[in-house]
Design a protein around this ligand. Structure first.
Ligand code: RFL
Length: 407
């Protein structure tokens, strides 16, 4: 619904070409692209700077995304500090199977925790490029996004006063729980949803990685994942019932299940540590089509959610940000509308491709524990094919690295 709430009475409405909602990877990247082209913008964020710089989430970036950040001057620290991964390892039937995806694609995964990337992007936007950002804003409301004169209002955290910002475009990058998705016109926007009916217990352990690569354990007890994050912290996942209570997973149970589900002959023991994050994620996806209506353009999780199954969410958010940031610059500096008009369709091609990969991978991860011997059998056949068919391995590597068929 395009929000038509009356404009709040404010003493001095300001004006900016672009208002960006949300200071996640998508919003901050768009802000940086606009500032580099001397386009004025305002980023509004409901949380504090300290909070967004510490929020632990993703950590795996495709090389193509890293090069996109590098071209825009946003990857200096990332390139100095990120680890490059070349291989992932599946564990099933009690054995390890390594898949050398860099040999197959010529590209790497870069492991760089999302809070570090967000810290770099905020610093570059606010402290280096002089971009305007307001943290801790309340009651963000969009107005008139279906007209040529949209605006955004919010409550100022310091004074409690409502402020109105008139603009030419709104970039809705406010994530899965933001307000911009609801401001799309319902006659034009459709939301496709998929629920996997599966939960993942997402864990952060204060422990070094137990292997030099990502590990995927496909086991009759359920999926288990191991993702190195930094020398001190490792992410683990355990499949669990959706909506499970993390309190059902005390320290001993977590490590016992991880040891069982990631077991493989000759594998060194897991390096255990204190669990500093323990939350249950219900695996579901949605895609908004189209990702724009009037002067409102969505990017990242605001427009599409991909369960962390294929580690694609942050990558998609950044692919969107490159497309939308560049398109807004074309429109606002050269009057060229073409990229903006094609933005939604261009982004959605990749989004659906990644959704399909996520669904495929979910079958592989969860089939063995489905309780259905037929699904368990086909899951194992798919897995074995990755290690017996070079064509199957290459197809997996292309999708995992995001190198296939996109520009
Ligand atoms: P974000 O990062 O959620 O940022 C949105 C920002 O908007 C703010 N906000 C508002 N601001 C203004 N007005 C409002 N009304 C607002 N409402 C909210 C929020 O405070 C926030 O700062 O969205 P963005 O930029 O689209 O980025 C998306 C990524 O954060 C997300 O896709 C990834 O974290 C997903 N994800 C992973 N992605 C990967 O590519 N690789 C991974 O390995 C990976 N692992 C994960 C993940 C997500 C996880 N969780 C918890 C959701 C692991 C986990 C556990």
């Amino acid at each position: 619904m395009t929000q038509i709430s009356p404009h709040p009475s404010t003493s001095s409405p300001t004006r900016r070409p672009v208002v960006v909602l949300g200071a996640g990877p998508a919003g901050l990247t768009i802000g940086n692209i606009l500032r580099a082209a001397s386009v004025d913008c305002l980023v509004l964020e409901t949380e504090s700077r300290q909070f967004i710089e510490r929020r632990p989430r993703a950590g795996v970036l495709e090389e193509r995304v890293v090069r996109g950040l590098e071209r825009r001057g946003l990857a200096t620290r990332l390139l100095e500090r990120a680890e490059r991964h070349t291989t992932c390892e599946f564990r099933f039937d009690g054995a390890s199977h390594r898949l050398p995806y860099s040999e197959l694609t010529g590209q790497h995964h870069f492991v760089y925790p999302q809070p570090l990337l967000v810290t770099d992007l905020v610093r570059e936007y606010a402290d280096v490029r002089g971009g305007d950002i307001r943290f801790g804003v309340r009651d963000v409301t969009l107005h008139d996004t279906g007209t040529d004169h949209p605006s955004v209002s919010y409550r100022c955290p310091e004074t409690g006063e409502r402020r109105l910002v008139r603009c030419d475009f709104v970039a809705g990058c406010d994530g899965a729980r933001g307000v911009s998705r609801a401001a799309l016109s319902p006659e034009h926007a459709r939301i496709a949803r998929h629920d996997y009916g599966i939960g993942w217990l997402a864990l952060l352990a204060e422990a070094p990685a137990s292997a030099d690569s990502v590990l995927f354990g496909v086991h009759p007890l359920g999926f288990a994942g191991h993702m190195p994050r930094s020398p001190e912290v490792t992410r683990y996942y355990l499949q669990c019932p959706p909506g499970d209570d993390p309190e059902n997973w005390p320290h001993e149970r977590v490590w016992k299940e991880l040891r069982l589900r990631l077991a493989a002959a000759d594998a060194p023991p897991l390096k255990e540590g204190r669990l500093v994050e323990k939350r249950v994620l219900d695996m579901h996806d949605y895609v908004v089509e189209p990702m724009a209506s009037g002067r409102l353009f969505l990017a990242g999780d605001a427009a599409h959610l991909t369960a962390p199954i294929a580690a694609k969410g942050m990558n998609l958010a950044l692919h969107d940000a490159f497309l939308l940031g560049d398109a807004l610059v074309d429109r606002l500096t050269a009057g060229d509308e073409r990229a903006l008009a094609g933005y939604s369709a261009a982004s959605l091609r990749r989004v659906w491709d990644y959704q399909e990969f996520s669904q495929w991978l979910s079958d592989v991860y969860h089939g063995a524990a489905s309780g259905d011997p037929y699904r368990a059998g086909t899951t194992l056949a798919r897995l074995r094919r990755l290690f017996t068919s070079p064509a199957a391995a290459a197809a997996f590597a292309e999708q995992y690295l995001g190198t296939a068929g996109h520009h």
